[in-house]
Design a protein around this ligand. Sequence first.
Ligand SMILES: NC(=O)c1ccc[n+]([C@@H]2O[C@H](COP(=O)([O-])OP(=O)(O)OC[C@H]3O[C@@H](n4cnc5c(N)ncnc54)[C@H](OP(=O)(O)O)[C@@H]3O)[C@@H](O)[C@H]2O)c1
Length: 252
Amino acid sequence: MTADGIALVTGANRGLGRSTARALAARGMRLVVTHRGDAAGAEETARDVRAAGGTAAVMRLDLADPASFGAFTAELSGLLERWGASRLDVVVNNAGVGVFGPLEAVTAADFDTVFGTNVRGTFFLVQALVPMLAEGAHVINVSSSLTRHTSPGTSVYSASKAAVEAMSRTLAAELGPRGIRVNSIAPGPTATDFNGGAMRDDAALRDGLAGQTALGRVGEPEEIGDAIATLASEGLRWMTAQRVEVSGGVLL
Ligand SMILES: NC(=O)c1ccc[n+]([C@@H]2O[C@H](COP(=O)([O-])OP(=O)(O)OC[C@H]3O[C@@H](n4cnc5c(N)ncnc54)[C@H](OP(=O)(O)O)[C@@H]3O)[C@@H](O)[C@H]2O)c1
């Protein structure tokens, strides 16, 4: 990550995407804030960035629709040109979705939604963006602490994130010769809208999860945003193909 570099964060209209965009902007990066339909939320993120003296643009991107990625990258090229740049320095594949329930309750449509977004969407977006990545760029894929520990009712979601981690390691090997790093970051339970806002709004669930962490609480979105921005920093330029968990030490 270089000051004045350009970072693209998917699903940055709210939650961890927004906190990541803010944290990267605080370190001097220009931001491409994507959303899949919540333009107002994305504009709010962009406003936060601009209010802090940064530069941000908003673009629509639906990860469930890889056929649209060609048009997306064409529009992105135009944006970079207007910014006097030609390459991306950081890509944070943050957008993701979970469908939770016991084995017997999960439908094929649920499965396809989760894998279609978290795995297929992430993979083909990286494929589409690779020609636009600068030498020395960094791809950060958002996984979950659930790839290390288990929680009943999360099998499809945690499997999708395990696939994200496996793909990150392989892509690190494929893209390493171009100087591109690929790492995954695995947040633990964090207070966002995720899963209907359960980790933030359901006091019993939140307290139960807090009791499972070494630090005694669930995470705040800013703590994940800061971790991602730190991972993207030059100080970690020699680190690739790693999974970094940021979970307050959940279920150690
Ligand atoms: N919060 C946690 O406890 C936690 C823990 C571990 C990992 N994570 C991961 O962290 C990431 C961010 O989660 P969050 O907590 O910020 O949850 P969130 O508030 O539910 O945000 C999810 C984001 O992903 C976007 N998204 C979902 N499907 C999409 C699609 N098909 N195309 C484009 N964007 C799509 C959402 O867009 P819309 O606003 O349009 O729905 C939203 O911007 C996810 O990958 C999640 O799996 C979260």
